[in-house]
Design a protein around this ligand. Sequence first.
Ligand SMILES: Cc1ncc(COP(=O)(O)O)c(C=O)c1O
Length: 471
Amino acid sequence: MPTSKFLKEKAAELKKELNLVESAKSEEDYFRKRSDTTMNTRAEQLKDAKNKAFDTVAIWGLYGKEDIQRYKSFTLPLFMTTAGGPYDSLTDGSLLLSYQTTNDPNKIYSRIDNVNPDHLAWKFAALEGLGIPELTQGLCTSSGMSAIMMATMAFLKSGDNFVSSNRVYGGTQQLFGITYPKSGWNVRWIAEPWDLKQWEKQIDKNTKFLFTEFPSNPTLFIQDLPALAELAHSHNIPLIVDSTLASPALTRPLEHGADIVIHSISKVANGSCRCIGGVIVGKEKITTKDKELEKNFVNNLKGGHFRNMGPCLSPFNSMIIWDEMATIRMRMQEHSRKAMKIAQFLENHPAIESVNYPGLKSHPQHEIAKKLMKFPDGTNGYGYLMSFNIKGGLEKAKKFAEAFDFGVQLTHLGGNYTVWVHNATTTHGQMSAEERKVAGISDNLIRYSVGLEGEDDAIKALDKALNKIKD
Ligand SMILES: Cc1ncc(COP(=O)(O)O)c(C=O)c1O
């Protein structure tokens, strides 16, 4: 009998494999059992992650001892390949390609799976699942938009409808309002999403899900997620939340009743602003009228719409975002602290009409934000994004854009760099004036994403530009 720890572990590992081989009734049986073992190990790791600190999960995800030994690297290596392979045998290949086994993400084909997006998806699944007893599943996509598309279209057949807050990102408005109707998928917009009665009125027997953004871009509306989830579930439909602006460091919507959460990981998930990407995380079992979608929704997407339409995330982007997620909590905390200081400064400036920032007491849903936007240690934070209205309308907003000399005038958000934009002429420029009004985008609105630069530099520059445009 071996005496050292290493030899004992080695013997146990070999015995386990020998047992699997000897007890297999056929080659197929062996591969199925091996796949079950892999998935059970990941499920155990996910369960285990629930007892760990947020930062531990953000750093390691499910990249554990076995992965390190297997890849001989304590950092997640890059699998920059279209397909890893090889299959162990014909039977192995046949089971893998018919999605009956999933023992190695690198053996399929990188449009469907690859070690890097696989680990990034596990990391997000683990983080979003921290506050709930259920297991979660994740899937990375090529962008935030494709994450929204994948998470929603699976529910829709021609003639179906869904209900969405109209306080959503401009791209989502275009997808739901212009692209989807061409397939007979009908969005019912809610103009005042804080009013649950408006949501309830729009739900009928063909409604497949409710959709909202938390917080909303660019108006920073805060949805009461538990109340909306309760409403969705009372109609036996899921709540889908775009939680890009909150990130799992601040709010985990599944904990507040949502069934599926999506992120544009082009934002704070990679503060260096290098990559476009998206992710979907769902509970193992979701509330839906469609029995086929109820269990393993996200995992099934992978072998269905996702495989067929091809919006995969590149291994390279996955690797960068996986690394960047290690510091998400620290960055969000700094973003939030700086943003609060800047929001308070703006609120007191005579050239400013109003400031939308959930951390301010003047924000109409501040009390809800206080309940739902919390760091893992229970302290509040309100994120990096704010928007503000310049006194004097469109002309003054344009003057501000000319006078302000800090960060970059650009449509982006959530990065280490301060970025700001005049929405009515850019992100929401394709909407009619009436549509913008309904969506809360006034002509004098500036969206401002607080970066990690020194906040006093930002305040100085804001003060200079605002004083310049004052009457
Ligand atoms: C809240 C929100 N959701 C989704 C998206 C779309 O993400 P992507 O640009 O990664 O497709 C954006 C982009 O700005 C966004 O702000």
